[in-house]
Design a protein around this ligand. Structure first.
Ligand code: NAD
Length: 267
């Protein structure tokens, strides 16, 4: 089996990376940056997101696992003191795979030029630095509402505990193939009206945001943000691709949610 390790780059993460690399190559596993079967991220959720985007073109063949050296590790759920156990589990391959849904985002320019397509593990968030955004929101080709406010966030089930949660979105179990649309400070009065509640769109349902006012937009896909001008539409739906996690022990999603947000011990 071929593996690659993506480290956060700090001293502790680099040290853990060296240990894992040394032991796994000792077990005859091959370190391969280009075509790894397994990507091990060592750092925090940010490092995991970076590892995912680096190998997003290989989702059918590459599986991911995270070791966390920071505080909260939602994706990175192996602790530094468990690394030896993890190495032995990896060396004993094959491992079990758990798949989670992803979000597909297509940004089309006004000019009719080439569209940009992204996959997000957590979410896409659309804001502007120039006041408020005004979008016609279409669901499955039908006008749903005109949104005015700070912005919109569209998240995956596993991303529902990230930015979406801070916007009072629901936490969705990743066995549900859906994406969630949440509002950021919508303007609601006698003139402007939005639904005001998070919307959960199942697989095959498409949401399209059409800017009504010419603005430059800040479009964030997970941990990176880009500025777009002349945007015709932003299309979001459940992607056909999925992320594959390598699982070596059960760690139910609800336990992960509890341990990250509710439980007070062991932090
Ligand atoms: P970052 O790396 O500083 O991450 C911010 C925090 O979000 C970290 O504590 C991280 O562990 C946590 N996080 C990331 N993904 C998560 C998930 N799926 N479930 C629970 N917690 C999660 O910030 P960044 O690199 O700019 O952005 C990475 C992600 O951080 C974004 O995709 C977004 O989901 C999240 N984020 C959340 C908020 C917020 O809650 N207000 C703000 C910014 C970013």
């Amino acid at each position: 089996m071929k593996f690659k390790i993506v480290s956060k780059g700090d001293h502790r993460s680099n040290k853990i990376k060296s240990t894992i690399k040394e032991y796994l190559t000792g077990f005859d596993l091959i370190y391969d940056k280009k075509e790894p079967d397994l990507v091990i991220s060592v750092g925090g959720d940010g490092t995991f997101l970076e590892a995912f985007h680096r190998y997003v073109h290989r989702l059918d063949t590459t599986a991911f696992i995270g070791v966390h050296t920071g505080h909260l590790g939602f994706y990175a759920d192996w602790l530094p003191h468990e690394v030896e156990k993890l190495i032995i589990e990896i060396a004993k391959t094959p491992f079990q795979i758990v798949e989670y849904p992803l979000l597909e985002v297509i940004i089309r320019p006004d000019s009719g030029g080439k569209a940009d397509r992204f996959l997000a593990l957590n979410e896409a968030m659309i804001k502007t630095a120039e006041g408020s955004v005004v979008f016609d929101v279409e669901i499955n080709g039908e006008h749903f509402e005109t949104f005015r406010g700070d912005g919109l966030c569209v998240s995956t089930p596993s991303g529902s505990t990230g930015y979406n949660k801070a916007l009072s979105g629901a936490i969705l179990h990743p066995s549900i193939d859906a994406v969630q649309l949440t509002e950021m400070a919508s303007i609601n009065n006698r003139v402007f009206r939005t639904i005001g509640s998070p919307l959960i769109l199942p697989k095959h349902h498409t949401c399209v945001l059409r800017p009504m006012v010419d603005r430059s937009f800040l479009i964030g896909i997970d941990h990176f943000t880009e500025t777009y001008t002349n945007v015709k539409s932003i299309q979001c739906r459940v992607a056909k691709e999925r992320i594959r996690f390598a699982r070596f022990r059960p760690f139910p999603f609800w336990n992960r949610v509890r341990d990250s947000f509710v439980a007070e011990d062991d932090i």
